[in-house]
Design a protein. Structure first.
Length: 132
């Protein structure tokens, strides 16, 4: 199963924060951007290493320009795969360029593991008002 944000609203930048998110089977965590103009999800972006059912992921995904009509949407992410003792074994940080042929806004964002389901944890959508 996946988690999909509500429809994103103009005038905000967005962050998705996950705490203690775990899979039902060994998998990688990924997100997909729903392109408003093309009316389709972008190919999945993997932003974690392999996570077992005994581990969990803490992460932040930042989408500062999700509601701007542009051909380039940059997202920043950081995360760590943690064990039950909170010992991080794979902290990552990266920026991803999502390029589109046609300028468009992001309508929503879908999170999922590559196999299995999101089995546990909390995923929050945060937004901050910006002037565009």
């Amino acid at each position: 199963a996946s988690v999909t944000t509500p429809t994103l609203v103009d005038g905000y930048e967005y962050m998705i924060r996950g705490n203690s998110v775990s899979p039902s089977a060994t998998a990688t965590l990924r997100y997909e951007l729903y392109r408003e103009t093309d009316d389709v999800y972008n190919p999945a972006v993997v932003f974690s290493g392999s996570v077992t059912a005994a581990q969990f992921v803490d992460f932040e995904l930042n989408f500062p320009s999700a509601r701007l009509s542009t051909t380039l949407h940059i997202s920043d992410d950081w995360g760590g795969i943690l064990t039950g003792t909170n010992a991080a074994n794979a902290i990552t940080r990266s920026s991803v360029q999502n390029n589109f042929a046609v300028a468009q806004k992001i309508e929503n964002i879908r999170l999922s593991f590559s196999t299995g389901n999101i089995d546990n944890g909390v995923i929050r959508l945060l937004r901050r008002r910006v002037t565009q």
